[in-house]
Design a binder for this molecule. Structure first.
Ligand SMILES: [Zn+2]
Length: 229
């Protein structure tokens, strides 16, 4: 199955959970527009779904082209770079240390949102960067349940699979607003944390919640903040 969310660029990080762990890949450069490179495939996540765009570089021969962000422009995935060169191919490398932190933070967000949902708090928005994450809920979060602090110790494996849009069960994806999914998506990427959460998501995640390591949480008003130690 081709993993496409754009017309041209195959997104390898959407290939199961393991796709999130691909650190480099050979690419063909299809063009430069809107301040960045369009590639035939990518391992870099573009900004969206509460997750920032990745950073990295394209290495072509002796040349190293820095990529400072990845954004979606219409149906095109743009690997943003101020360096415009006429390169045809190269090796795309993601800035792994930063990306791995984002994977931990984003997985933590899934887990916390699910724990909050069980207590009656619906996540209406979320955003993470490597250093900080925030979840906004539909009402004031007066407390965070104890299991919200033990997600890393629970050792819960994750998996990603695809379901045809018309076969989605809204009861299964209870905390996800399926109306937010772009109409163009026919096969929906489902990310499941074993025994805890099932959600439609096109982001990057860790294999097991034990990888998250130590983290902190804080609730105030209708928000929960979190971060890694
Ligand atoms: Zn996700």
């Amino acid at each position: 199955m081709k993993l496409l969310l754009s017309d041209e660029t195959q997104l390898l990080y959407l290939d199961g959970i393991e796709g999130s762990y691909i650190k480099e890949t050979d690419v063909r450069v299809l063009g430069y527009e809107a301040g960045g490179y369009i590639l035939d495939k990518s391992i870099m996540h573009y900004h969206g779904g509460g997750q920032p765009g990745d950073r990295g570089k394209i290495v072509s021969g002796d040349i190293s082209v820095p990529i400072y962000d990845v954004k979606k422009h219409g149906r095109k995935v743009i690997h943003k770079s101020l360096v415009e060169l006429d390169i045809k191919d190269g090796k795309l490398m993601v800035e792994w240390e930063r990306r791995y932190k984002i994977m931990k933070m984003h997985t933590l967000q899934h887990a916390i949102s699910s724990v909050l949902f069980d207590e009656g708090f619906m996540t209406v928005n979320s955003e993470v960067i490597p250093e900080y994450g925030i979840i906004e809920t539909d009402k004031t979060v007066k407390y965070i349940p104890a299991r919200g602090y033990r997600i890393n110790e629970a050792n819960l494996p994750l998996k990603r699979y695809y379901i045809k849009r018309e076969e989605l069960d809204p009861n299964l994806l209870r905390r996800c607003n399926l109306e937010k999914l772009p109409k163009s998506i026919e096969r929906v990427s489902i990310v499941e944390i074993d025994g805890l959460d099932i959600c439609a998501c096109a982001g990057t995640h860790v294999r097991n919640t034990s990888e998250i390591g130590k983290y902190w949480l804080r609730n105030f008003e209708n928000k929960v903040e979190f971060g890694l130690f």
